[in-house]
Design a protein. Structure first.
Length: 520
């Protein structure tokens, strides 16, 4: 399978997994509401949310170890299906063994830390003695599961590092389906917190063992050598791992902290409309950066071989794909405005065009900087931690200052101003320089066509909405989404696909029909 096909497979698998997670969550919540007492349900939601945030205890090791394994793969050549040399196998074996021991230490640290944080959280809850003891047991099970899952993360790094992108997402979707079904049964049978925690634990561990089995089956030669603990590897990975962790943590804080400022400055009643508008653009952002995330391993492998032109093509394609998704989707949302939110969540829940525009600008620029940074970091260029930390501090001060003066628009502008002053310019500048890509070429081949596409999308949707103003909102939204989809497809066809890919796309439906109906 070619690099392009592997990247596409990883992106589609990620989209499928994300969609399934959303749908499963929507299905499980009403079951829990009907099956659990309100106090028990509240504790479970609190534990689940806390458990999901413990992934930060990876401390950046996963990204760094995956990248080092990809570098070792690249020493055998740029062909992803090539036979690995003895040097590559030895390097990978040493990386896996070193990573396994490091993850063991992190697992112990994660269990002690998470259980201690749970003690601080749970002791402040006003629960009956039985409910409190049950919550303690359930939290202990979840913490132990998180620790064991962290210990097994080395196999996840191995599978990704050797180029099998997307399989982890498919395994996650498969185990999530089974876990949901089991949790629904447990909830109906009165299993309570402990039963739900045990099912979640089994599902999480099953996913890790599936990843290990896949790695053994796909590349059995990787297990032919027994690696050894390498202190020199630990020393070389420590700095980039911590920098990667700070960079990722800073981005998470910036993108997920506005609700705390709103609650303090405006009141919690202002959060839903603000968050609903943000979620639309945030979902577009997550779709836009999927190809860049899926391609980082291949960029690391190809970079190791010195094939810089291949890296440039992948980075440019990632930028065009991501920004096309962002501007066609964002132009549709801005063009529809209140009509979209009337159809989606009802009348009176639109935050307003000013805040929506700020959200779009923030996440459009974040898409560009994230894609460039992800590709640059694939070459182990972890030069963004200080700027990420500075962005967090500036965001907090700017949101407090502007929020107190201008309200919700001030909080949103605080994020945009902080990012513009730090990450949005530096990450692009540093990333393009590291990847040896011309700024002029980036402006000509990416920024200019994307700007024209945004103006075209926004203008078309706005005109259609005005012409159809007498029609029902749901009909206007449907037509606008259809137009945006056509512009998205046309832009990808013209700007992203090369001649051979267009020929393949034209011939693919006929091949599917022949395979389905047995035609020759």
């Amino acid at each position: 399978m070619s690099v392009g096909k592997r990247i596409a497979f990883g992106a589609v698998a990620s989209w499928i997994s994300r969609s399934i997670s959303i749908l499963l969550g929507l299905l499980l919540i009403p079951v829990l509401f009907r099956s659990l007492p309100r106090e028990t349900l509240g504790v479970w939601l609190l534990l689940g949310q806390s458990w999901s945030t413990l992934g930060v205890l990876d401390l950046g090791l996963g990204a760094t170890l995956t990248r080092r394994i990809a570098f070792a793969m690249g020493k055998s050549g740029a062909d992803l299906n090539t036979k690995l040399s003895h040097e590559s196998l030895r390097n990978i074996a040493d990386l896996v063994e070193t990573g396994r021991r490091l993850y063991l230490g992190l697992a112990i640290f994660a269990f002690l830390t998470s259980f201690g944080l749970g003690f601080l959280t749970l002791r402040g809850l006003h629960l009956s003695s039985d409910s409190l003891s049950t919550a303690w047991i359930a939290w202990g099970i979840l913490c132990l599961t998180q620790a064991l899952g962290l210990w097994a993360s080395v196999w996840h790094c191995l599978l990704l590092g050797v180029g099998y992108i997307g399989w982890d997402s498919l395994f996650a979707a498969f185990t999530s389906c089974l876990t949901l079904a089991a949790q629904i049964i447990v909830a109906f049978l009165g299993g309570g917190l402990i039963g739900l925690a045990i099912v979640a634990a089994i599902g999480a561990l099953a996913q890790r063992f599936l990843i290990l089995a896949a790695a053994r089956r796909k590349r059995p030669e990787l297990f032919s050598l027994r690696g050894s603990w390498q202190p020199a590897l630990v020393a070389s990975m420590l700095s980039p791992a911590l920098k990667a962790w700070v960079t990722s943590l800073g981005s998470a804080v910036i993108m997920n902290s506005d609700q705390f400022f709103i609650a303090g400055l405006e009141g919690a009643a202002q959060i839903p409309a603000y968050r609903a508008a943000y979620v639309i653009f945030a979902n577009l952002f997550m779709l836009s950066v999927t190809f860049a995330t899926s391609s980082s391993v291949f960029i690391a492998q190809i970079w190791q071989t010195g094939a810089i032109e291949r890296v440039h093509r992948i980075v440019t394609h990632n930028l065009l794909l991501g920004l096309i998704i962002m501007v066609t989707g964002g132009g549709c949302v801005l063009g529809l405005g209140q009509r979209l939110f009337n159809v989606w969540i009802g009348h009176g829940n639109y935050i307003g065009p000013a805040v929506a525009v700020v959200f779009f600008l923030s996440l459009l620029l974040e898409t560009q900087s994230f894609i460039i940074t992800t590709c640059s970091r694939a070459t182990e260029d972890e030069a963004f931690a200080i700027w990420a930390a500075a962005a967090v501090l500036l965001k907090i001060s700017m949101s407090l200052l502007l929020g107190a003066r201008f309200g919700l628009i001030g909080i949103a502008l605080g994020t945009l101003a902080a990012q513009l002053a730090t990450n949005h310019w530096f990450m692009c500048y540093r990333g393009l320089r590291r990847l040896r890509m011309s700024l002029r070429s980036h402006l000509q081949n990416v920024v200019c066509p994307i700007s024209v596409l945004f103006v075209l999308t926004l203008g078309t949707i706005h005109i259609v909405a005005r012409i159809m103003s007498a029609r029902p909102d749901w009909l206007i939204v449907s037509v606008a989404v259809l137009i945006s989809g056509c512009l998205l497809s046309s832009s990808i066809w013209l700007l992203v696909l090369d001649r051979s890919q267009r020929r393949f796309a034209i011939a693919y439906p006929a091949r599917i029909l022949r395979a389905t109906f047995g035609l020759t």
